[in-house]
Design a protein around this ligand. Structure first.
Ligand code: PGA
Length: 264
């Protein structure tokens, strides 16, 4: 973590938790955060679409922010099963996860569709959390950086430096997602440093220094401190370990501890 960037701990709940579980979780998390007092870390949860409003209500008055897991590139139209960015903004959603590898693998998401969704999210005033990451075969072939450069160029190529500085990138090596096989801190730092270097080359040093880059892929309470010690890791996008209040809160506490260390 770097003292110049606000850390983010975001829970990606994928297709888990209906309204009952979401309301209970967010109320409990809000109560625990209240006990902690003011926090430096941005805490985000990303429930399924049907649980967004309940999460918003439960998060009211707390530092918790609610994210959606996708949005469409058009404002309206014949797109069965999709939700427009402005519709999310209308119910108070501030962030949206885009280009997650599960969307790329199972739902035909491409760099071009991620770009369209990202532009629409920004136009609606949402903060996109744009996911990139290589599959195992790509890593083994030494193609990690080429894949990251292609995905970043595809998703962010049409944006301004100012827009990119305001969004969040999540580096999620696909081989680490849901597998229990976390990237080593050296692997995470190397990929994050590459992404920052790429941002510098394309958008300049100010943008590279400002853009938050999260790590995702089997991040857990027992490995999070090591990941957060990497200078270019600004937080985590957490799947499995964000589904239980106890482990998610432990990870938020770890980020707070690091933030305190940085400012002190
Ligand atoms: P995981 O998922 O933490 O369960 O590996 C991360 C993600 O897919 O965002």
């Amino acid at each position: 973590m770097h003292p110049g960037r606000v850390p983010v701990m975001a829970g990606n709940w994928k297709m888990h938790k209906g309204i009952h579980d979401t309301g209970g979780f967010v109320r409990e998390l809000a109560a625990q955060l209240k006990e902690r007092g003011p926090i430096a870390t941005q805490v985000i949860v990303a429930p399924v679409f049907t649980s967004l409003s309940v999460a918003q209500q439960a998060a009211w008055g707390s530092p918790i922010r609610v994210a959606a897991q996708n949005c469409h590139w058009e404002a309206a139209g014949a797109f069965t099963g999709e939700v427009a960015a402005a519709m999310l903004q209308e119910i108070g959603i501030g962030h949206v996860i885009l280009g997650h590898s599960e969307r790329r693998q199972h739902f035909g998401e491409t760099d071009a569709t991620v770009a369209g969704r990202t532009q629409a999210a920004l136009a609606a005033g949402l903060v996109p959390i744009v996911c990139v990451g290589e599959v195992l075969a790509e890593r083994q072939a030494g193609a990690t950086e080429a894949v990251l450069a292609r995905q970043l160029g595809g998703a962010l190529g049409g944006l301004s430096a100012g827009q990119v500085a305001g969004l969040i990138i999540a580096y999620e090596p696909v081989w680490a997602i849901g597998t229990g096989q976390v990237a080593t801190s050296a692997q995470a730092q190397a990929a994050h440093a590459f992404i920052r270097h790429w941002l510098d080359g394309r958008f300049g040093p100010g943008t590279a220094a400002a853009t938050r880059i999260l790590y995702g892929g089997s991040a857990k309470p027992d490995n999070v401190a090591e990941l957060l010690d990497c200078p270019d890791v600004d937080g985590c996008l957490i799947g499995g370990a964000s589904l239980r209040e106890e482990s998610f809160m432990a990870m938020v506490d770890a980020a707070e501890k690091r933030a305190g260390k940085n400012s002190g």
